[in-house]
Design a protein. Sequence first.
Length: 209
Amino acid sequence: MSGSVTVCDHPLLQETLARLRDKKTPSAEFRRLMEDAGVHLGLQALKGLKTKRLPLKTPMATFNAPRVVEPIVLTAILRAGLGILPGLSRFIPTAKIGCIGLYRNEETLKPVRYIVRLPKGLNKSHVLLMDPMLATGGSASASISILKEEGARKITLVCLLATKPGIRRVHKDHKDVPIVTASIDPVLNSIGYIVPGLGDAGDRLYDTN
Ligand code: PRP
Ligand code: URA
């Protein structure tokens, strides 16, 4: 049942995470920090991207430079996934963007689907599924199933915070999907929140509650 999990322990990512956890961090700063964290985690998730040496001329010489030849699709689980994606999409302007709209039913904690918009060519792309929070794992697992139904074969889950039950759930359903995160927090409380966590990611991003 065990799949791959990478915890990025770079001190600057951990500093960014600490500022995101801080309840005093206002929404505008929270959005900026979340984008920065998304770039860091996304680059880690895409480390094995396929490249090919292709010729180009520098001002000094002709040179075979390694170029990315694998299409990339960044897919956000709405709403909070939209907060972690924009920095990475600027870094990779050729990446296509997908959206999967799910919210958790507050009583059952089961994900409810309300919109899915995905680009073509998922079967040939490295798909990053992005959501800051992996709590029970229900939303991520359902989203991976949707991506697979639409043809995706190479998927990596990028989340800022994870829990052990969330990781177990994703890898029980989708052992082939690696997970990249900044922290595995110790507690998933009785109402499905991560502790210490950072609170409700969507509310803190968009200043709602
Ligand atoms: C949050 C979060 C994840 C989900 C994680 O979204 O962004 O999508 O909960 O929980 P799970 O692992 O238990 O499924 P939420 O349902 O609060 O919706 P929102 O992003 O629109 O606020
Ligand atoms: N969703 C959030 O936004 N925060 C949590 O702690 C768990 C799920």
